[in-house]
Write a protein that binds this ligand. Structure first.
Ligand SMILES: [Zn+2]
Length: 320
């Protein structure tokens, strides 16, 4: 019996990972390498192709599953990539300056050429959300809201396994909602007053310094670690997390999710962050939605790979 697999690829700002993924979302082989972020779009894709080919070669050699004689066939490629992606064509519409010459890269077209397989591409946040919603912390729920709080703030809404893309591929991106605590603060998107400017990891460190915190504290981790003993650190964590929670509460009112999944580095910032976030949610959420569960993401680093692969399976299924 032949088991169909998708080659899942996650192209991030620092590393690129590839895996062979089953229709149930199981990873059967995985490789990764640093993303050549400064070397331009062609090199970034070339690196992804090299990783993918090494996995396909593994399969051809029969090493992927030495335990039995089941055969495998790679039937498509699913990509989750950094940057804003046009999901129908797989073209990069915009990206941070960190990825040189990434805008305009035709990921879908070029990878279809390289692998001679159908390719589907979406943003890594959307891919991550599909993975978590389908086989991670969102299992069993039709409507799932995913929010990631790390160096920036991202998010996605997944309904029946399908991510909402919107017109430009950025739907669900809750980092750029306005919040009173961020008034006057410049957001990385170029506008003022967005929640990312007060609640991202980067913003928490800046808030601490602005509030008169110790300049010797060099990063967000340092702020979080001092929150028990440093009054300014404590207040900064509370303000930042509560602002995020209040924003999230508003989004919950709009989306009415069965579960909310949080990802990103800040979810490991400890009980003070989590409790302040939760208090912010309760301040804003409508009473009928007050029992919504807010849980941690489960799939870790593989969520985007798995989600990109599941989406590729879905699209192929719909086309058959
Ligand atoms: Zn913004």
């Amino acid at each position: 019996m032949t088991t169909e697999l998708i080659l899942g690829i996650d192209i991030g700002g620092t590393k690129t990972a590839a895996a062979l993924v089953t229709a149930e979302g199981a990873v059967i082989a995985r490789v990764e390498s640093p993303t050549p972020a400064r070397e331009g779009g062609a090199r970034i894709l070339e690196n992804a192709v090299t990783l993918g080919r090494s996995l396909c070669a593994l399969l051809a050699g029969g090493d992927a599953n030495p335990a039995d004689e089941a055969s495998f066939a790679v039937v498509g490629v699913g990509v989750g990539s950094a940057g804003v992606i046009e999901p129908r064509t797989g073209r990069v519409i915009s990206a941070t300056a960190h990825l040189s010459d990434w805008v305009g890269t035709e990921i879908g077209h070029d990878l279809a050429d390289a692998f001679r397989l159908p390719v589907s591409v979406c943003n890594d946040v959307h891919a991550h959300a599909v993975g978590e919603a389908s086989v991670g912390a969102g299992r069993g729920h039709d409507t799932v809201l995913v929010a990631a709080v790390g160096t920036g703030i991202g998010g996605a809404v997944v309904i029946n396994g399908q991510p909402e893309f919107g017109t430009h591929g950025i739907a669900g991106h809750l980092g750029h909602l306005p919040i009173a605590e961020a008034e006057g603060l410049l957001c990385p998107c170029g506008k003022f007053g967005h929640v990312e400017a007060i609640s991202s990891g980067t913003a928490l460190h800046q808030l601490y310094l602005r509030n008169g915190g110790d300049p010797a504290v060099l990063d967000t981790r340092g702020v979080v670690a001092r929150a028990d003993v440093d009054r300014v650190a404590h207040a900064s964590v509370v303000t930042s997390a509560r602002a995020f929670g209040r924003t999230l509460g508003g989004v919950i009112n709009m989306v009415d999710p069965g579960v909310v999944i949080l990802a990103g580095g800040m979810i490991n910032a400890g009980a003070l962050w989590w409790d302040s976030m939760d208090a912010g949610v309760r301040e804003n959420v409508m009473p009928i939605l007050n029992d919504v569960d807010i849980v941690r993401a489960e799939l870790g680093d593989d969520a985007a790979l798995i989600g990109a692969a599941l989406r590729a399976f879905d699209i192929q299924g719909a086309q058959q």
